[in-house]
Design a protein around this ligand. Structure first.
Ligand SMILES: Nc1ncnc2c1ncn2[C@@H]1O[C@H](COP(=O)(O)OP(=O)(O)OP(=O)(O)O)[C@@H](O)[C@H]1O
Length: 900
């Protein structure tokens, strides 16, 4: 297609007359001898390019004979030969040499009417371009496109198309010309395929029935691009071919590079001195665009990009004045009369880049908003979830074969819950048994209970046992900042589940979305959460009774759930999982001890550990066992021993020992007497819990010392006597301080808190005050708008609480005054050893005067010597516990706290 770039008719040739004119008007003596002859000649080209007869090179040579040798040799250069040093301004293929194809396409006799064949050079370019493009295409597509290209090579292109290309070349690419190019190339592609069609029909073997029906369709509506399979193929071919051909044409017509920087010297030597400059445009006072005489350049350097209409050179200038002066001087040097001087115009152009930079932040901001709204829209856009997948469910799918290895044997201490849920397993495994009796399949179950009690574990075990896929998702994952995402995710989750039946969906922390709608509306509603909940209700209703999708949900707050969620037909079963009992803890310890290397007697170990851990959840137990193994590893022990377990338990509850906290002797003494007071009360009150350890080693959370009592098993009821003994024991620290020191300290505030709460509960909840009677009042901290009792009752409550605490105080003081000597013995021993065990107390005080409970005797009675055998590790101090609320079945370890 090089011919397109060339315009032989307009070729500018130097005429003899031009040269003569030049030499006559500017005597040679005025120019330095080194000035090339062509300077004059080409300068005239600029002036007379369209009027001079450019044809006769012979004339030109004759005219040059009067010039000196150097000038003559320059002028004799063949057109297109570069000025030495400036070859890079021209194309690599020797722009001065004539085009190999001679610029005209071949015109074979067998061409279609209106078609022109491509020149060999164009064919070469086409092949090269295609070889580059095909690298990024799938093989089948490349094959198709190659076929089309081969056809173009063989048949040429329509004449109209070539004209359109020439138009692009001369006046640049405009929207109109682009549309024309596209239309013509598409038309051409269409004709190719049509021409191919008869061949295919002839060569095709008998099509199958499906093919026949397609063909029939084609016949009926040959022009219908929607109903016709063949037509669709044509369009694909059209599209590809048209796209590539249009691209090719564009690249041929418009060089990829449309400007290039040059220096002033290059400008002068290559263009200015040769008279090839048509005009100069000063842009923004710092850059000059050089517009060459296209025709003249094309004639001299056919391969030069400067011959393209959209191409220009440019160079930078320091100042406009200097530039003008330079141009003037240069023109004067060349003797160009003022009437023929190169026009210089001035333009201010706004750089796109600078504009972009200015508006960049704004555009970015708009873009971000657009993107976010697209995300939101796609999130809300139904179950497909849109391109960003916002509406897609985040549920993790566990494959029963690979992921879920949990079995019911791994879930310990919740036999009733297991029995309940077992039914779901048999339903998923053998639905027929139920269906044949007309039983409807339960839709789901809510597992409720305190954190870490094994709700998720139970749900996983259900999936593991029934060997079905398990979708696990947390309630909070439905909640997003975008409206509509929640319901969309619910839809997606259930749609996925239905595709994978039989399966189990487990929604953990369902209270995040399933809160009672009336409750959450207090102080402003939450429509998004409500509609998510509604969607869940709808989906659960929508289950076909034979659909084997079971929905299990876990929550710690079953009391806040919406009643609609809990009605039969949705979550039919309520399985409440409590913290494990003594027996449950034993079983859970047994499960987690399976992987632990220990030489302890497992039966005894798990019993003792279970006795030491009342109120622990399954997760706490798992954590303790793991901590014990870590502690053993820290001491490089070969197996995990009892002492490691006990340290682990204390660490889990009470935090680390604070070795850095050093108490002064006076403070230490106060702590020792305070703790000794607790220990003595625990020892001599019948209903108090038996003391396990007492310590004055500071620990985490500001505890300076504490006494730990072993719970008398899992107690679910407490008598007034038990409560009074426990309160008296709790006050013993302060009473002991009063008895042994001139002043008292702040260390007992924690004890007072517990005692007050216990006494208040006795009065307001447990009906243990004759003055208040059998009434129940909510806790004050539950933010009630009105107190549910009168001022008079409030006074009476205060009075009764005070009376009960006073009574406990009296009880305590009576005992401690009696046992003042024993307190001294224990406190001094404590100051010496810092920590005393039950055995120490037996040694110092004699056996406890009351019978201990069975568990205690079994695991601690005769075997206290088991603690820390041969490890050299000191017996870990007792554990502080989180303050139990009134009525808690756990004993209240007394903690002497630092003053904040
Ligand atoms: N009954 C149990 N038997 C054995 N291990 C248990 C038991 N309960 C809890 N665990 C241990 O505790 C870990 C945490 O339990 P899980 O995640 O099931 O608690 P959860 O009740 O779902 O807690 P949350 O309410 O906080 O989600 C389990 O991985 C398991 O190791």
């Amino acid at each position: 297609m090089t011919s397109i770039l060339r315009h032989p008719g307009n070729l500018v040739r130097l005429s003899r007359r031009t040269i003569e004119l030049a030499s006559r008007s500017h005597p040679l003596s005025r120019y330095p001898t080194s000035l090339p002859r062509s300077v004059f000649a080409h300068q005239r080209v600029r002036r007379y390019a369209t009027v001079e007869d450019p044809k006769d090179p012979k004339d030109r040579k004759d005219g040059e004979q009067t010039e000196n040798k150097k000038v003559a040799s320059d002028a004799n250069k063949a057109p297109g030969q570069q000025t030495p040093g400036f070859e890079h301004l021209y194309s690599n293929t020797g722009p001065m040499s004539p085009s190999p194809s001679g610029g005209k396409p071949d015109t074979p006799s067998d061409l279609r009417p209106g078609y022109i064949k491509l020149t060999p050079k164009e064919e070469e370019q086409l092949t090269e371009l295609f070889s580059q493009i095909r690298k990024g295409m799938p093989a089948s597509m490349a094959e198709e496109v190659e076929k089309s290209f081969e056809r173009i090579k063989a048949e040429g292109i329509p004449k109209e198309l070539r004209d359109a290309m020439e138009e692009v070349q001369t006046s640049g690419m405009t929207p109109a010309s682009a549309a024309k190019l596209w239309r013509l190339t598409t038309q051409m592609a269409r004709q190719h395929v049509k021409a191919e069609e008869p061949q295919q029909k002839a060569g095709a073997h008998d099509p199958g029935p499906a093919d026949k029906s397609k063909k029939g369709k084609k016949k009926g509506a040959p022009e219908d691009m929607f109903g016709n399979v063949k037509e669709i193929k044509i369009d694909m071919g059209n599209f590809l071919m048209a796209a590539f051909v249009a691209y090719l044409l564009y690249r041929l017509a418009v060089p990829s590079e449309n400007s290039r920087e040059i220096t002033w010297q290059e400008f002068r030597n290559t263009f200015f001195d040769k008279g090839l400059v048509e005009k100069l445009v000063v842009i923004n006072q710092n850059r000059v665009k050089v517009f060459p005489h296209r025709e003249a350049v094309a004639a001299m350097y056919p391969e030069s990009p400067a011959a393209h209409p959209n191409f220009h050179y440019y160079f930078s200038i320091g100042s406009v004045e200097a530039f003008e002066r330079r141009v003037d001087e240069a023109q004067s040097e060349l003797g160009i009369p003022s009437s023929e001087r190169i026009p210089i115009s001035y333009h201010d152009e706004v750089s796109w880049f600078a504009t972009l930079l200015t508006f960049g932040p704004t555009l970015l901001f708009i873009g971000a908003i657009f993107w976010l709204s697209r995300r939101a829209a796609s999130g809300a856009g139904g179950s497909s979830g849109g391109i960003f997948g916002m509406g897609k469910s985040r549920a993790k799918k566990f494959n029963h074969e690979t992921d879920i290895k949990v079995k019911f044997a791994d879930v310990a201490g919740m036999d009733e819950a297991k029995a309940e849920i077992m039914e779901f397993v048999s339903f998923l495994k053998e639905p027929g048994v139920y269906q044949k009796l007309g039983a409807k399949i339960p839709r789901g179950a809510i597992l409720s209970g305190p954190p870490g009690t094994g709700k998720t574990l139970l749900a996983k075990a259900t999936a593991g046992e029934s060997q079905v896929p398990f979708f696990s998702v947390s309630g909070s994952e439905f909640v997003e900042m975008f409206v509509g995402v929640g319901p969309s995710r619910v839809r997606d989750l259930f749609a996925n589940a239905r595709k994978n039946t039989p399966c189990i969906i487990f929604i953990d922390e369902i209270d995040a979305i399933g809160k009672s709608r009336s409750k959450q509306n207090f102080g402003g509603g939450n429509d998004e959460r409500e509609s998510t909940l509604n969607q869940i209700l709808t989906e659960m209703d929508g289950f076909n009774t034979s659909e084997q999708v079971v929905v299990l949900a876990g929550t710690n707050r079953v009391d806040v759930l919406d009643k609609a969620l809990l009605r039969p037909g949705r979550f039919d079963r309520h399985i409440s999982i409590d913290k494990p009992t003594m027996d449950g803890r034993k079983q859970i310890f047994a499960v987690h001890l399976r992987n632990i290397v220990t030489k302890e007697d497992i039966e005894h170990l798990k019993g003792r550990l279970a006795a030491l851990t009342p109120g622990f959840s399954g997760a706490d137990i798992a954590n303790c066992v793991n901590e014990a193994a870590l502690i053993a590893a820290r001491y490089s022990a070969e197996s995990v021993m009892m002492t490691h377990f006990e340290q682990a338990i204390e660490r889990v509850i009470g935090g680390l020992e604070k070795k850095s906290l050093v108490l002064g002797p006076e403070e230490k003494k106060t702590v020792a007497y305070h703790e000794a007071g607790h220990a003595i009360c625990g020892w001599y009150f019948k209903y108090a819990d038996p003391l396990l350890k007492v310590s004055i080693i500071p620990r985490g959370q500001g505890a300076l010392g504490y006494a730990q009592y072993l719970p008398s098993g899992d107690t679910y009821l407490m008598s007034v006597r038990q409560l009074m003994d426990r309160m008296a024991m709790t006050l013993a620290g302060r009473v002991s301080e009063e008895l042994h020191f001139d002043t008292v300290t702040t260390g007992a505030s924690d004890d007072f808190n517990k005692v007050t709460r216990m006494a208040a509960a006795m009065v307001t909840k447990w009906g243990m005050s004759s003055k208040i009677g059998y009434l129940y009042y909510e806790d004050e901290n539950q933010q009630q708008l009105h107190k549910p009792f009168s001022e008079e009752t409030a006074k009476n409550i205060d009075h009764e609480v005070r009376r009960i605490v006073d009574e406990a105080y009296k009880q305590c003081r009576t005992l401690l005054e009696e046992k003042k000597k024993e307190i001294g013995i224990v406190a001094e021993e404590l100051l010496r050893k810092e920590m005393l065990t039950r055995d120490d107390l037996v040694r110092l005080l004699g056996p406890r005067p009351f019978e201990d409970n069975a568990d205690f005797t079994k695991y601690f009675g005769g075997r206290g010597d088991r603690e820390g055998p041969g490890t050299g590790i000191p017996e870990p101090p007792a554990k502080p516990e989180i303050l139990p609320g009134p009525g808690s079945e756990n004993p209240a370890p007394t903690i002497m706290r630092r003053h904040p």
